[in-house]
Design a protein around this ligand. Structure first.
Ligand code: PRP
Length: 215
């Protein structure tokens, strides 16, 4: 049998919906649901090998070709900025990348703005051409604490339901873009393993279209 296609999945908010989508097109993801400390999982039919990794590592694995395919948020793809083929918008995990803060303080009018974020690359791009001088402070989570505790004037982060902002009295000051989960493919794998990767892409696309049409 041909070597398995290796798929890197992002742990966290996209994981469950990714597994559901794959299951609905008949892929065996059951090994991923077993509670264990294993890091590599194989489908019973031997067609797929899955790794479940931190979202920011998905583009790294796919870029290096050790994973042929990956599922990850557009926010992470923008931040990591790797030369991958982005093949499909999977339609779930919708969120917005926003600059947020205390609206009444009008922090974006300040001459020097401190931005706390997990997305330092995106933040540099966003604020690059602005007049204010900028300081980007890298955080790895609970970014909303930045303005609350006085570490930063604003944050640049993803907003999904808006619940975290509301619970902390913060507001969206500026929307940068919308994001959702994407299917990415290694550039070489798409050529060398096309006969096995194309049906995967086509199957996922058909499933997404079915969902969109409410079938
Ligand atoms: C993300 C993001 C926001 C929150 C937005 O954090 O960084 O904090 O979710 O979602 P909401 O608009 O639905 O409230 P995540 O839950 O991934 O945890 P983290 O703070 O550890 O990064």
């Amino acid at each position: 049998m041909a070597e398995a296609i290796t798929i890197a999945l992002a742990k966290g908010r996209l994981a469950e919906q990714t597994m559901e989508l794959m299951e609905s097109m008949g892929m065996d993801v059951s090994p991923l649901r077993e509670k264990s400390r294993k890091l590599v999982f194989e489908s019973a039919d031997g067609k797929y090998r899955y790794i479940m990794v931190k979202p920011s590592d998905v583009p790294t694995y796919v870029d290096h070709g050790v994973a042929d395919v990956g599922v990850v948020g557009k926010d992470t793809l923008m931040e990591e900025n790797r030369p991958l083929y982005e093949m499909l918008d999977l339609g779930f995990g919708a969120c917005r990348i926003c600059v947020c803060g205390y609206a009444e303080q009008e922090p974006l009018k300040k001459a020097h703005i401190r931005v706390a974020t997990k997305y330092t690359g995106i933040a540099s791009q966003v604020f690059l051409s602005r007049l204010s001088s900028i300081e980007i402070i890298k955080l790895n989570g609970s970014v909303e604490l930045g303005p609350i505790i006085g570490l930063s004037d604003v944050i640049l982060d993803i907003v999904e339901s808006g619940a975290t902002l509301r619970a902390n009295g913060l507001a969206v000051l500026e929307e940068i873009c919308t994001c959702s989960a994407r299917l990415v493919v290694n550039r070489v794998s798409l050529k060398t393993k096309e006969a096995r990767i194309r049906p995967l892409i086509d199957g996922l696309r058909a499933e997404i279209e079915k969902r969109r049409d409410g079938k």
